[in-house]
Design a binder for this molecule. Structure first.
Ligand code: HEM
Length: 359
């Protein structure tokens, strides 16, 4: 296969795992060098946490948002990297929310995900802050919290690689991928007023046996998301959705994560879901699911991350270093129990080799 000679992709094609952590970060002014350094070391950090537990299948995919790219890497940009575009339909809204970097951490065990997330965020203290953190879990036999099996029609094997990996169409970025994420909250109260047959019509598959319905309602989730290209060929994305929730807050959600070699396919699906199709006003699943976040990232190949092009020469105005110590930092230093200056992240050391060290 041609791509086996190309750059090594990140672990985008991973099979479902029992646990995941999605960390969305915003880069602080002046934080780009530290973020860049963390990304070069990411592979080593994954090995540090995961190597001792091979059955845990720990992996981490890092993606970069449009606003952060030019502060991290000089040279050309990925051809289709742009901010997530809000979609406002007559009934439903897909909001665009901040996101400079995403870490999509997956493992069979939550402790491995949690440990890696901790190491990364500690390394980024003062340079990037977490703007959304979602801990996902496997719910029974790969079901979402609406009770349906989620992920069945994902492409596998070579078709997955073809759907998810950028190829020769964007040479310097081949082996990369585009990732769109959205956090959805379900209204289980009104979902539970539907009987099983009505729910099956909303999704387009049977609930227990997970078989696609022969006759689809035009506004079923499956019907709305079957998208053909100009050549009539089915357009595919690779989904890595995870259920999440907090029972005490009555929060029951699906974290949607869709990888594709072009964001255009996922965006077309979203337009059909929120703005409708010639046959349907909107995707019926949205009457029971509210999108509360939305961001788009480019996931470079693993080779690009480990050995990136030079950093941009002149920092863009919005990323010039902030004053060395702010009142907030002072307060933080006072709170540091061991008396050391807890502001190391403000002064990244550019001469450190790409090795993993304890913090
Ligand atoms: C509320 C959040 C969502 C839930 C709970 C959900 C759940 C499901 C379920 C249960 C299926 C059927 C089984 C399967 O093939 O996976 C499905 C299929 C699918 N979903 Fe979603 N989904 C959500 C959001 C999205 C979004 C935002 C997109 C695209 C932007 C999307 C794209 C698809 C596609 C392409 C399929 C396969 C359709 C087919 O060819 O049969 N989903 N989803």
């Amino acid at each position: 296969m041609a791509q086996s000679q190309g750059p090594e992709p990140q672990a985008v094609l991973g099979l479902p795992t029992r646990a995941a952590v999605f960390l969305v970060l915003a880069v602080e002014p002046g934080g780009h060098p530290a973020v860049r350094e963390l990304l070069t070391e990411l592979d080593g950090l994954v090995r540090s946490v995961g190597f001792r537990h091979p059955d845990g299948r720990l992996s981490c995919v890092a993606g970069i948002g449009s606003a952060a790219w030019d502060g991290l890497y000089g040279g050309p940009r990925p051809a289709e990297l742009h901010p997530f575009a809000e979609l406002r339909g007559p009934r439903h809204l897909a909001p665009a929310t901040p996101g400079d970097v995403i870490l999509h951490i997956r493992a069979e065990r939550m402790d491995l995900c949690f440990e890696l997330a901790t190491l990364c965020t500690r390394r980024l203290a003062g340079s990037a802050r977490v703007v959304d953190e979602t801990h996902g879990f496997t719910y029974f036999d790969q079901r979402d919290l609406l009770g349906f099996v989620d992920g069945t029609e994902n492409p596998g094997g070579r078709r997955a690689a073809l759907a998810a990996h950028v190829g020769a169409e964007d040479g310097p970025f081949s082996g990369g991928s585009y990732l769109i994420v959205q956090k959805y909250l379900h209204d289980l109260g009104s979902w539970d007023t539907l009987n099983t047959e009505q729910q099956e019509r909303v999704i387009g598959r049977t609930k227990l046996s997970d078989v696609e319905l022969g006759e689809q309602a035009a506004d079923s989730h499956v019907a709305v998301n079957q998208v053909q290209g100009a050549d009539g060929e089915e357009q595919q994305i690779l989904r890595a959705n995870m259920p999440f929730g907090t029972v005490g807050r009555g929060e029951y959600g699906t974290y949607f994560a869709g990888y594709c070699r072009t964001p255009a396919v996922t965006e077309e699906m979203l337009r059909r879901m929120f703005l409708g199709t010639p046959e349907a006003a909107h995707d019926r699943i949205l009457d029971f699911s509210t999108a509360v976040t939305g961001s788009l990232f480019f996931v470079p190949s693993a080779d690009f991350l480990a050995d990136p092009p030079p950093a941009p020469e002149t920092p863009a105005p919005e990323q010039r270093p902030r004053p060395t110590v702010t009142p907030a930092d002072v307060a933080r230093v006072h709170r540091t129990a061991n008396g050391s200056l807890g502001i190391g992240g403000l002064k990244p050391d550019h001469h450190r080799p790409a090795r993993v060290r304890a913090t």
